[in-house]
Design a protein around this ligand. Structure first.
Ligand SMILES: Cc1cc2nc3c(=O)[nH]c(=O)nc-3n(C[C@H](O)[C@H](O)[C@H](O)COP(=O)(O)OP(=O)(O)OC[C@H]3O[C@@H](n4cnc5c(N)ncnc54)[C@H](O)[C@@H]3O)c2cc1C
Length: 458
């Protein structure tokens, strides 16, 4: 009986709704693009959903026809996981409402919003959500994997502030339905959505976040020359997790060709306090440029966003966590690799996450799917380029660099995915992988939501 019903449904066929873009449509050329131009995939259809029903129809349509599907918000997947050759992209970027409830200090944020829009809409009510820096990263993918940024040490990861997810999941053999996951209902899916990574369980269409009041913050930037590497990098690594949790900071060592080291950070506090707090950094090496100022929070988000603009279009990035400062040999490895970088667009970037009273480290590694709670810092090793003939050299360099640093760092952030990591379940999820597989089995037993590094059905 069930089979006949299913067959009839397939014959009748679900109709796609929303803005449908197929090859041949004038907007297909741009609609198919990923942020990382290393990937150039040709999906069979892209559905720009405007309502949850459009998402439900898309999932059903794909299931009825056995068409592979991918979910997309901001297109920023490092490994092109939100696109697929010959399949369907379910794109939620036109679902971008933001509603702030200042009384309850929560915000309802549709998943298609880029971060810049989330910050702007919340700023209108003088509230903020701790999230990432790049303006066009999608809150959709960011929140599901964690969400690190310049408010992390005080207010936690984006996913720590996630209270409810509205998600379209597969149901039965060809169906799809909407569920709400929160503390009371489907709490296992909420747990998995807080660090389990995008694209694994269903299509998230709306989030409810806890938000915080915000007005002004103080920001700094210090630049050194490359020759100070051995002084500055260890000094930052000792200092960054030990200062007040109201201060989150970064350090970026550029390639030797560029020849600079820059540390930036944001304090929930005054410029004079920040001047005092950064003294240990100012005393290391010889800073060549120093900026400290108090700005409205929204201006600070623009300051940090600027670092992510105008980058080379193709990239290979890998991530890792530091649980203690790099020893001298580790800093030496950074020197060696950045001395022989494939081009000037390679770098090592680090952000402080843990340490003194950090909201990230206060959460237990199993309380949410994001397990790297005890890490002091997160690393990104990146290579960027423009022409295809540079690709192999750059990818190999990142691979060798990761391997060389391996004795001193651990794991990887699921939002910095790297297809070269063989034991990725351990690297991304550590102790939480077994439980994530159970959640997958429960909510997506037919493995509808899958890609190269998706959580497998048990
Ligand atoms: C320039 C740049 C800057 C970055 N800065 C930061 C930063 O400051 N902090 C930080 O934490 N991370 C940062 N990231 C990493 C970022 O968090 C990840 O790339 C994230 O996955 C991007 O989400 P997206 O929606 O933009 O990407 P997409 O490519 O659309 O999606 C990424 C993954 O999530 C899935 N997904 C997307 N939307 C949904 C949805 N609605 N429901 C279910 N699954 C979904 C996709 O299928 C895919 O697997 C940065 C990345 C880039 C390229």
């Amino acid at each position: 009986m069930v089979d006949i019903l299913a067959q009839n449904r397939r014959k009748a066929g679900t109709r796609l709704t929303g803005r449908i873009v197929r090859p041949g449509n004038p907007s297909y050329r741009t609609a198919r693009l990923e942020f990382n131009r290393r990937f150039s995939k040709f999906p069979r259809v892209i559905v720009f959903c405007r309502r949850t029903e459009d998402v439900i129809h898309a999932v059903k349509w794909a299931r009825e026809r056995g068409v592979r599907l991918r979910v997309r918000s901001g297109r920023h997947s490092y490994e092109g996981f939100s696109s697929v050759n010959g399949g369907m992209i379910i794109d939620v970027s036109e679902m971008n409402k933001v509603k702030v409830d200042r009384k309850r200090m929560i915000a309802h944020v549709q998943t298609g919003n880029p971060l810049a829009r989330v910050y702007r809409k919340l700023w209108e009510k003088r509230v903020a959500l701790p999230a990432g820096t790049a303006p066009d990263v999608g809150v959709g993918g960011l929140a599901l994997g964690g969400g690190i940024g310049l408010l992390s040490r005080k207010y936690g990861l984006t996913c720590d502030n996630l209270q409810q997810v509205k998600m379209v999941v597969a149901s039965g053999r060809f169906g799809a339905k909407t569920i709400m996951a929160n503390k009371k209902k489907h709490s296992d899916l909420l747990w998995a959505s807080r660090g389990g990574g995008g694209g694994n369980f269903g299509v998230a269409t709306a989030y409810t976040f806890r938000i915080r009041p915000i007005k002004t913050v103080s920001i700094y930037s210090i630049t050194w020359r490359w020759r100070d590497l051995e002084k500055v990098f260890p000094a930052w690594q000792r200092w960054a997790p030990s200062v007040t949790n109201r201060l989150t900071s970064t350090i970026e060592v550029a390639s030797r060709q560029v020849g600079t080291i820059e540390s930036t950070g944001q304090l929930l506090g005054s410029a004079s306090e920040l001047q005092r707090l950064i003294r240990p950094l100012l005393r290391s090496g010889t800073p060549v440029k120093v900026m400290v100022r108090t700005v409205p929070f929204i201006e600070a988000t623009r300051f940090f966003a600027a670092a992510d603009l105008n980058l080379e279009p193709k990239f290979k990035i890998t991530g890792a966590y530091g649980f203690q400062p790099l020893p001298r040999e580790g800093v030496q490895i950074i020197r060696e690799f950045l001395s022989k970088a494939p081009n000037r667009h390679s770098s090592v970037w680090c952000q402080s996450l843990g340490g003194a009273g950090s909201a990230v480290s206060r959460v237990s590694p199993t309380a949410t799917a994001y397990p790297h709670r005890k890490a002091e810092t997160i690393y990104e090793l990146s290579a960027r380029w423009r022409n295809d003939d540079e690709q192999l050299r750059n990818i190999r360099w990142v691979k060798r660099f990761r391997r060389a640093l391996h004795p001193f760092v651990k794991g990887d952030y699921v939002n910095f995915p790297d297809l070269q990591i063989k034991n990725w379940p351990k690297a991304y999820y550590g102790v939480n992988f077994a439980r994530l597989k159970q959640v997958k089995q429960k909510y997506d037993p037919h493995n509808v939501f899958r890609f190269a590094q998706s959580i497998p059905v048990k």
